[in-house]
Design a protein around this ligand. Structure first.
Ligand code: ATP
Length: 374
């Protein structure tokens, strides 16, 4: 419905911060969310994501800084004057009104008389055309949440804010609603800003994710970029499991950094290293457990050239159907985790077995060892 190049749905925060007395909930923040994107603010409880969302909505006044919607400075505007609407976790539907009237509410409040066509279109969008005459309590949690979305969209806001909207749903329904919200966003084409503490939810739905920690955005990017190339241990650990090896820079050549770790060598692409990597410098090398292959030490000669490799001994293994999770002790990292698909599983890979762990250097990322908290 909305033109992706139309900048009037851009959200731009410049230097906004929020303090409560001496406590800083959100440190000065610059953030641009382009029109038409599905943007997620992701972080643990208390990191400042709801406060950020509420400042965009106008429900919270920034201590400093400016909120722009498109070219318009809306910092001083009350919520109802902003072209923004919010969906909360508690659906906040009117229990005495049926679904049709719940969705029609915003139109009627603006004094519109003929609302039928618009409400029906909106109910179709959220696939509740058949439920129009039911009361909220006659619907499932997921359906009620869809009514809340329809009600929030009926006045055609430029931006929809969603504050943990799926938090009250059970896991299966959550997964369905994630896809459903994504479909609705694609169809209406407006900017969605979604607050969640669930990394899988953010990665499934959003095209851009801002990972927040203690009132700051630690890293912002596409889900794959954040997962494959985290720039801090916090981001690496928040978005899944990582193995870390402390290594020393041996040499740098062209696009590669060669590192020494426990008598062996590891290769790291320059582009995936967020540490200053001069010779002798220390880098924390990370690799995700599912990127690693495990080969019995007797077959080490069969491992192709050019792969990063370290040796170790299996400490533990858990068979979980499609895959097996191994914990490997190695001189460079105790408790190295490896998730291996169970295709052609080698029966010799049991606790006590000597193994070689190996992976494509492209799947390695490097962090600043001095700045990292493990
Ligand atoms: P959650 O997922 O638990 O809602 P959040 O990341 O959304 O967490 P915020 O609600 O933004 O976090 O709160 C950030 C910090 O600011 C928290 O430590 C919270 O206690 C504090 N805070 C929020 N509102 C107030 C307030 N009105 N007065 C004082 N402190 C507040």
């Amino acid at each position: 419905m909305t033109n992706k190049t139309d900048p009037s749905g851009d959200v731009r925060l410049t230097g906004i911060a929020k303090t409560y007395g001496s406590f800083t909930a959100v440190h000065p923040l610059d953030l641009t969310v382009p029109q038409g994107s599905f943007f997620a603010l992701l972080g643990a409880s208390g990191c400042g994501k709801t406060t950020t969302l509420r400042m965009i909505a106008g429900l919270e006044e920034p201590s400093v800084g400016t909120v722009f919607l498109g070219e318009q400075d809306v910092t001083a505007l009350p919520p109802y004057k902003r072209p923004v609407n919010t969906v909360f976790q508690s659906y906040a539907l009117f229990p005495h009104l049926d679904i049709f009237e719940n969705v029609a509410f915003g139109l009627r409040r603006r004094g519109l008389k003929s609302v039928k066509k618009q409400v029906e279109e909106m109910l179709e969008l959220v696939q509740l055309g058949e439920q129009a005459r039911k009361k909220p309590h006659q619907l499932s949690g997921g359906q009620q949440q869809r009514v809340a979305v329809a009600r929030a969209l009926i006045n055609h806001p430029k931006v929809l804010l969603l504050d943990e909207p799926l938090g009250a749903l059970d896991l299966k329904l959550r997964r369905q609603m994630q896809l459903e919200l994504k479909r609705i966003q694609t169809e209406v084409g407006i900017t969605f800003i979604h607050v969640t503490h669930d990394q899988e939810e953010a990665m499934t739905m959003a095209d851009t994710v801002a990972v927040m920690n203690a009132g700051r955005v630690e890293q912002l990017g596409a889900p794959t970029e954040l997962y494959e190339n985290p720039r801090t241990t916090f981001v690496a650990n928040f978005l899944g499991t990582s193995n870390f090896i402390e290594a020393e820079v041996d040499s740098t050549s062209g696009e590669e950094i060669v590192l020494k770790a426990g008598g062996g060598k590891l290769v790291l692409p320059q582009a995936r290293c967020s540490a200053p990597a001069g010779t002798g410098g220390r880098v924390l090398v990370g690799v995700r457990p599912e990127k690693i292959a495990l080969t019995h030490a007797d077959d080490a000669g069969e491992i192709p050239e050019g792969r990063n490799r370290i040796t170790g001994r299996i400490a533990d293994s858990s068979f979980i159907g499609v895959s097996t999770q191994y914990v490997v002790d190695s001189p460079v990292c105790s408790d190295f985790e490896v998730y291996a698909q169970n295709i052609d599983r080698d029966p010799r890979l049991v606790p006590g077995a000597e193994v070689v762990l190996h992976w494509n250097p492209a799947h390695t990322f490097g962090l600043d060892a001095a700045q990292s908290v493990l």
